[in-house]
Design a binder for this molecule. Structure first.
Ligand SMILES: C[S@@+](CC[C@H](N)C(=O)[O-])C[C@H]1O[C@@H](n2cnc3c(N)ncnc32)[C@H](O)[C@@H]1O
Length: 257
């Protein structure tokens, strides 16, 4: 049925109601779980503030990197603002899972620091059918170290690139003190082995950002991050609904770090 509304407030009220009806319908859609205990629905927050549209510096950077990343603008903006906030924390920036370098460049730009970048450049590693529901290995091999180097030099940013499976081949290159680590590796084995060596080096107030947290098909990551969120006494955990799980290092009373 189509009705003609002559008063703007009537039209706006109908618009709002129809939008709410559509979004509520989407929110109720449940997907069958790929793993028991990890339920998925369409997650659509109610808030609408979009700070990335008000931030002209970020927008210009995002224009430069968007062809080099598979990460959406919500997560890109969050990584950039986290890096800015971590700039004063002692330690280096680290990214495990670089692909074409987009998120790594945003982190380096946000903190105005050099970043250590780790990737096989031959695709995803350490998949295992017990934990990983859709990843089987070697996905995202459509990249090359040269693409990352040219992105960084075109943006006047600095990085050290360590090709190989992390941590097996490149652990020796991991900075001793870390302010922010972005772990974007898709499989549980890669995420858990990376976290085990990175977390002891994260400085108080520093953060580990897990990409893939909560994505359909990344149950290995979600399950692993849930287990550390439950058991890690020296961390605040934040699930921010956009596909990131954050662990922020607490200064535990009585500890020296
Ligand atoms: C989703 S992509 C990273 C996306 C990237 N951060 C961006 O801005 O779009 C995942 C990357 O992790 C890498 N990777 C997965 N497991 C790894 C491991 N154990 N060691 C090194 N690299 C790994 C893959 O080669 C792939 O390039």
């Amino acid at each position: 049925m189509s009705e003609l509304f002559t008063r703007p407030e009537e039209f706006l009220a109908v618009l709002r109601q129809e939008r709410k009806d559509v979004l509520d319908r989407l929110r109720k859609t449940k997907f069958s779980s790929l793993k028991a205990g990890l339920t998925h629905t369409q997650v659509i927050p109610y808030a609408s503030y979009s700070p990335w549209l008000d931030d002209s510096v970020f927008s210009a950077l995002h224009e430069r990197v968007k062809g080099h990343t598979m990460v959406d603008i919500y997560r890109c903006h969050e990584l950039y603002t986290l890096a800015r906030q971590c700039a004063h924390i002692p330690g280096d920036l680290v990214e495990i899972g670089v692909w074409r370098g987009g998120t790594g460049a945003l982190l380096a730009a946000g903190a105005q620091k050099r970043i250590a970048l780790f990737d096989t450049f031959t695709g995803v590693a350490k998949s295992d059918t017990q934990h990983d529901t859709l990843y089987t290995g070697n996905e995202h091999s459509d990249t090359h170290q040269n693409l990352v180097e040219s992105l960084f030099s075109s943006m006047q940013l600095e990085c050290d690139i360590y090709p190989g499976i992390f941590p097996d081949h490149t652990f020796d290159q991991l900075p001793k003190e870390i302010s922010l680590a972005h772990i974007d590796v898709d499989t549980r084995g890669s995420a858990s082995e990376a976290f085990d060596v990175i977390w002891p080096r994260v400085q108080p107030g520093g953060v580990v950002v897990f990409d893939d947290y909560g994505f359909f098909g990344c149950e290995g990551i979600t399950d692993f991050v849930n287990s550390i969120a439950r058991n890690q006494r020296d961390a605040f955990f934040v699930h921010n609904l956009n596909g990131h799980g954050l662990l922020i290092k607490q200064l535990v009373p009585g500890s020296t770090r």
